[in-house]
Design a protein around this ligand. Sequence first.
Ligand code: ATP
Ligand code: LTN
Length: 339
Amino acid sequence: MAGAGGYGSRMARVFSGIQPTGDKHIGNYLGAIRHWVDGQDEHECIYCIVDLHSITVPVDPAQLRQATLSLATLLFAAGIDPEKSILFVQGHVPQHMELAWYLNCTATMGELRRMTQFKDKSGGQESVSVGLFDYPVLQAADVLLYNAGRVPVGEDQRQHLELMRDIAIRFNGRYGDTFVVPEASIPPVGARIVDLQEPTKKMSTTGGTEQGTLALLEDPKRLQKKIMSAVTDSDGEIRYDVEAKPGVSGLLSLQSAVEGITIPELEARYQGKGYGDFKQDVAASVIELLAPLQARHAELAADPAEVERLLRRGAERALEIAVPQVEAVRERIGFLPAV
Ligand code: ATP
Ligand code: LTN
């Protein structure tokens, strides 16, 4: 099972997930979504809207429904092609939860306690859900369920991917070769876009500042305004130095990821120029990057029934892989077959 299209092979199956929380931002696009789209021609790709992960913190039911459909619309608009790839909603494939239980019995408390995302999101509070603690195990189940070998994510997911590998290796050691051991695929540029108001933090749907977060569907005028009011410093030099100049460095990283040119090239281009000119250019290139996505989104949003149909089809295809995989896992563990 671990062989075909497996770990290390060029044709490794790709899997990644994204949470249906709020308005997705340019960090999600540059760190993940864009690479999901690019991967489709070379790999068999499976992309998942992780609604089960999103309830690890309290969410309003109507909002969850709306956010799930709206994220699907956004992903299709960004270029996920339902003819080439599988895009589906995690909760439509209950095997994710079943496998998560089996993996819960493989992962350890100590491992989960070390996860920085849990530490950040729980803020040391005991009153957070068990689901928030267990989040990385469900994430491991997502990937291992499909024997995916490659997982395109932003930098913030590196630790979860390491844990996922450890869980797969441990399970394989205990029960025999069952899972492909997946590898993170983190882009060299754009993997950590920072908040424009708090540039020491990553841009985030739930944890960032409103003013410092560039939503993908935001009006160009607002995008422009947010970029023009990005925090910088007083020395006036356009130079990359994360420690001394986090704001300017964040804008340089953003511009570099958007335009596909290196930071030294940008530094040379802006030598002797002021922050105002630089920000104008960043705004122009962000707006230009997002224009086609926004136009396509407006078209697709007019036909939600079609988006729902595509999601149903995606879930059917995901189930074709997930059902036999869970069967195989059950057998490995030693459960008596039901029939
Ligand atoms: P939150 O910060 O509220 O937890 P999020 O903005 O990280 O949510 P997710 O759905 O969890 O959104 O992430 C989807 C993908 O986007 C993941 O691969 C993640 O690594 C990537 N990503 C998230 N934030 C950034 C960022 N600031 N820069 C680059 N990639 C990012
Ligand atoms: N935790 C991820 C979302 C996610 C994911 C996955 C990413 C859930 N399951 C499986 C890759 C593979 C995040 O981006 N915050």
